[in-house]
Structures are given as structure tokens and as C-alpha cells.
Design a protein around this ligand. Sequence first.
Ligand code: GLA
Length: 321
Amino acid sequence: MTGLKEKYKDYFKIGAAVSPRTIVTHAELLTKHFNSLTCDNAMKYSSVCKAPGSYDFAAADQVYQFARENKMELHGHCLVWHNQTPDFIFENTDREGLLETLRAHIQLESSRYNELVDSWDVVNEGIEDKRQDFLRETKWCQILGEGYMDTVFRLAKELMPTKKLFYNDYNEANPVKREKIYRLVKGMKERGVPIDGIGMQSHHNLYDPGTDEIRKAVELYAGLGVRLRVTEMDVSLFAFEDHSHLQEAPAKLLEQQAEYYEKCFEIYREYHEVIDTVTLWGVADDATWLDSFPEPNRKNWPLLFDTEHQPKEAFHRIMNF
Ligand code: GLA
């Protein structure tokens, strides 16, 4: 069987989010089909830094080694975020102090993984979902001020002049939010802020967003002249508000899912000149964050391989073009 990465080699890289556990349990699929990795948690601020000034890179190093041995790129995720970031970095500090802390953090992460990591999510999820507000209210924003994204991208560029710097967010195809993301990045470009691209998380479900909205988003963002990455794709079988549980994945829904993946990949192929990588948020249905979100302890089947690591219909559809 041809691997996904082979099939897509003239279009973009194929990525997966992994942990120190899944690089072992899913090694076979990873080496056959993927040529890009993202640490699902291991490189996040609170994963590497548990106490002020004290760092432990053991988990991220394991993923890095795996990527290195298998000649895969590693995408850096993520530097500035309101979640999974230690509270202590925001305590008893001011703008200058927090920037110094962030400078040291970026230096440590970027120098350690310099060899394989060519792109970073510099800011994750900085835009507010609520219609009337623009920026998400975060400690970063409170302490560094409203122009904080300009500041942190400039800092990231100073420290990593050769790396591609991304803004990453979810609901990126939603008509209201995508206009805000567009406005953010357009403004940054106009002010000469060094931003290279937009990461479209792409946590989709069968009902939302419609693939026509995905196309509009890709087209809108591509018009900014930036690089694009699909950074965290999965396709839940449940609508977001649906709390129901299923014993097994119904064939009808798996077929719908296959069609959804097929349409998305058609769009990605069409825009392959601006898309660097399409990353799935996991490898197979036996290890997905959607088994506990948004509904705790509910099985979901959002990926391209099933719980037995066999290719699903969605896989076959994106391979047949
Ligand atoms: C967001 C983050 C990811 C991950 C997912 C859920 O999309 O960017 O790092 O935490 O949520 O797994």
C-alpha cells in the first residue's frame, strides 16, 4: 500500500500530532504515512516548565528523537497561549519582566529543537469567539498590552530569524471569526510585523463547518500572501452540542466522514501552493482527545485509521484522486 506522504509528495507534507506514547504505539502508521509531527502536549509551556526557571524537556526530546530518526519535520507548538501555561510566569511581574521570561523560554525551546523545527505557532488562539470582541482577554494581553501579538512576533523573529512564524487558531472557517483572523494578520502585515503564516486548526465535525466555508477561509487567508498550515485536523461524528453516545461508529456516519475528508483534501490540493503541511490531530481512533471533549467519556472516531489501526473509508477517499 502506498503511504499518504508518498501520495501527497507533490502537494504538501502530511503531519500527525503525537505524544511519547503514540510514537511507540502508532510507530508503524507514523513511519509509513507521515513526514511531519507536532507534539500534542510535550512542547507546551506548562509541559516543559513546572517551576520558575526549571525546565524538563524529556518528553519533547523523545518525540524529537523519533522525528530525527525517521527524517520527519517537527512543527513547534506553541509559545504564547492562554492554556497550559504556568500561572507563576504572570505573577509579580510587569511588561518588561514578562517579556524577559518569554525571551528566555523561546530561546530554550528554539535552540534545543533548532535542527528539525522550521516553523512555530508563536501565538495560539488569541482571537475572541464572541461576535462583538476582537482579542481574547488573556494574561498575556493584560500584562503586555493590546499590541502584544506584534511584540511577541517581533521577539520571536529576533530570536529565530530563519523560522516560519505562525498564528494558529480554531473556528478558523467560521464567517465571523475568520474575518477577525484576517483582520489581525492583515494589520500585522501592514505594520511590518514578521508573521509568515496562519495555522488553521481544523477541528471539524460532520455538520460544521460546511466545506464551502472551509474553501472561503482558505481563499481569504491565501489572499494575504501568507503560508498556510492545517494544524490539528479531525472530523468528529457528533455535532458540537450533541451529548449522545454510540456503541459503534455507524457505517452511514463513516461514509459521511469519508465524503467530508475527501472534500477538504480536494480544497487543500487546489491550494497546495500556499499550504505547507496538513496535520491530523492524532493517528488512529484508539487515541483521540475527542474521546473526552466536549463530552467526557464518549467514544469518537475522528481520524483516518480505526481503533485497530486499519485504514478507514476516509483514508481511501483521500488516496483516490
Ligand atoms: C487546541 C490546542 C491543541 C490541543 C487541542 C486539543 O486546539 O491548540 O494544542 O490542546 O486544543 O487537544
